[in-house]
Design a protein around this ligand. Structure first.
Ligand SMILES: Cc1cc2nc3c(=O)[nH]c(=O)nc-3n(C[C@H](O)[C@H](O)[C@H](O)COP(=O)(O)OP(=O)(O)OC[C@H]3O[C@@H](n4cnc5c(N)ncnc54)[C@H](O)[C@@H]3O)c2cc1C
Length: 398
């Protein structure tokens, strides 16, 4: 409540993973929440993502663990191929990702977003197809002008608007200051499952290049993924889909296996998602009455497989801090104190050009393949400490 007995009003920008997770906990502790999402409807799609360690406890406390278990993809195997498509090794996916088999969840990103949204959609206001234009916190709250022309004042604003957060840009300045390029570009799209793959991933590697086909169920669609090492950030292609397609086609020209068909499918795909691989690292996640959560604050990159887990845990920690501390400055400081080490450990799982799944030199690829052949003989892997490094405090009672 405000000093006048009114509920405190929070605007959250972004309705993907971090946003709705934060909504759930803030609503529980009595905040009046509005969510603004740029897209006209909830965005589906994306590769299957992992929920591990601490984040599993978050979704358990939210009561959605059974639904997520039902949505669990449960890939049976990850098969590595060489340049000509010959098999290098075939493993349980957890053996490679350092996950806890039987506990960790792998769900389609769209399914996770849908389950989170269904949990909160009737409790708070969602404004789809709109976004924040300007934020002014010179008064006693944050005066927000929306692109649609709406104007409102909130006590607090939280940016949950992803890696290329507009909220971060408006309050903290240009992305370049915080973006750490990790030396890869990637393209994700869907294509027909003409190979008859089922609940499995097939990964083709040559030095600095990789192509993966991911069959989520026994259905007729494959999630296709192409990634390649690019030492310097190709800044010119980031907002130009034509240039992205040309860059991918030129990079993979002459490659073997199914790559020519994948490049052809990418040319026709209407759901192409292209980006450079990088992390967001910021000295602070809040300024005045505005805070950031999830990828907007600390994107770890898909190479860590921890983006959604950090977003879920971050939403819980931020809402917990706001439930405990009446003063937002103290709350934002507590959120950061409690979460930063966890984030740092997870971001440290990868460095520039160092992803285990995508070696950039012939020597590194050979070493990786030798290690994989050795892993085939091992029953399970040990979960990574970074996945469970945060012990969640009990959520403060309202
Ligand atoms: C369509 C889509 C597909 C994805 N596919 C993958 C994938 O295949 N593999 C993977 O590892 N990660 C993927 N991600 C990213 C993954 O969801 C995040 O890394 C992780 O879950 C953290 O989530 P987040 O909520 O912090 O950010 P995000 O999931 O990036 O969500 C940000 C949300 O903010 C919205 N938004 C952006 N700008 C504005 C604005 N100005 N105003 C209002 N809303 C805005 C976006 O539409 C989106 O809904 C994808 C994200 C999206 C949106």
């Amino acid at each position: 409540m405000t000093p006048h007995g009114l509920k405190r009003k929070v605007l959250i920008s972004g309705a993907s993973i971090a946003g709705p997770a934060l909504v759930y906990w803030l609503h529980r502790s009595g905040y009046e929440v509005t969510v603004v999402e740029k897209s006209g409807a909830l965005r589906g799609g994306g590769y299957p993502i992992d929920i591990r360690g601490t984040a599993l406890e978050v979704v358990r406390r939210m009561g959605i663990l059974p639904q997520l278990r039902d949505a669990h993809v449960g890939s049976r195997r990850l098969t590595f191929l060489d340049a000509d498509g010959g098999e290098v090794a075939s493993l349980a996916p957890a053996a490679v990702a350092g996950g806890a088999e039987g506990q960790d969840l792998e769900v389609r990103r769209g399914d996770l977003a849908e389950i989170l949204y269904a949990l909160v959609r009737d409790d708070v206001e969602f404004l789809f197809g709109d976004s924040v234009d300007t934020l002014d916190q010179s008064g006693h709250g944050v005066d927000v002008a929306f692109r649609s022309g709406r104007r409102r004042t909130f006590d607090l604003v939280v940016g949950a608007d992803g890696m290329h957060s507009h909220t971060r840009g408006a309050v903290f300045g240009p992305e370049e200051q915080f973006h750490h390029y990790l030396g890869y570009c990637f393209a994700i799209f869907t294509m027909p499952n003409t190979l008859g793959l089922s609940r499995e991933v097939v990964l083709w590697n040559t030095p600095g290049k990789a192509g993966a086909l991911y069959a989520v169920g026994g259905n007729d669609e494959l999630h296709a993924f192409l990634t390649f090492h690019q030492p310097e950030l190709p800044a010119g292609v980031v907002r130009d889909p034509g240039a992205q397609r040309d860059l991918v086609a030129a990079t993979f020209a002459g490659a073997g296996w199914e790559i020519p068909r994948m490049v052809g499918a990418l040319r026709d795909a209407d759901d192409l998602f292209f980006d450079t691989v990088g992390q967001i690292r910021m000295p602070h996640w809040s300024s005045g009455r505005v805070a950031l959560v999830g990828d907007a604050a600390h994107a770890p990159s898909f190479l860590t497989g921890q983006g959604s887990s950090l977003a879920l845990a971050g939403g819980y920690m931020l809402a917990g801090a706001l439930a405990e501390h009446r003063d937002h400055t103290a709350a934002f400081a507590a959120y950061e104190r409690g979460t930063r080490e966890f984030v740092t450990m997870n971001q440290a799982l990868v460095g520039h050009g160092s992803a285990t799944l995508f070696p950039t030199t012939a020597q590194a690829l050979e070493q990786r393949n030798t290690a994989l052949r050795g892993l085939e003989a091992l029953p399970t892997a040990t979960p990574r400490p970074a996945h469970t490094a945060l012990t969640l405090p009990a959520f403060p009672s309202p």
